[in-house]
Write a protein that binds this ligand. Structure first.
Ligand code: 5GP
Ligand code: ZN
Length: 135
């Protein structure tokens, strides 16, 4: 289902033009308007889902094969040196558009971007506490 108020629904379904680099029946991959690096691409499902939690399993199962295809295209045509896949869920995690999307961010030696986290140093007890909540 599309959501009338969702800009990525409109882009994914071709109602708003975009710089499409890949399209199939279920997905559209577009150039990001505020790219972190040259070729920064967003993979959008055509069906509306706010985030990973809402994404239907069958759509989730197809996202990575599409990402692999588009990543290969970006590497081949743009000659990037690396590739980050980023997917934000919730404002705390940096999600600004509430329609699931996967970022493909080509990386170039010396591009000045940083998509890394600061490692922390939890104790064994703290790690065990997290582990017991999850197992
Ligand atoms: P988020 O922060 O939600 O993970 O990422 C949203 C991304 O969408 C940002 O990188 C932003 O530059 C991009 N974006 C927002 N609006 C548009 C738009 O209308 N068209 C395109 N191509 N990208 C957009
Ligand atoms: Zn949507």
């Amino acid at each position: 289902m599309k959501k009338d108020t969702c800009i990525f629904c409109k882009i994914a379904n071709g109602e708003i033009p975009s710089r499409t680099v890949y399209e199939d029946a279920d997905f559209r991959a577009i150039l990001d308007l505020g790219p972190a690096t040259k070729g920064h691409t967003l993979i959008l499902p055509k069906e509306h889902a706010e985030d990973l939690y809402e994404l239907p399993e069958e759509v989730a199962a197809r996202v990575l094969p599409v990402a692999k295809k588009v990543a290969g295209l970006l590497k081949e045509r743009l000659g990037c040196d690396g590739m980050n896949l980023v997917q934000n869920n919730g404002e705390t995690a940096g999600q600004t558009v509430k329609h699931f999307h996967l970022h493909l961010i080509p990386r170039y030696v010396g591009d000045g971007q940083s998509i890394l986290w600061k490692p922390t140093e939890p104790s064994a007890e703290e790690l065990d506490g997290v582990w017991s909540a999850l197992k």
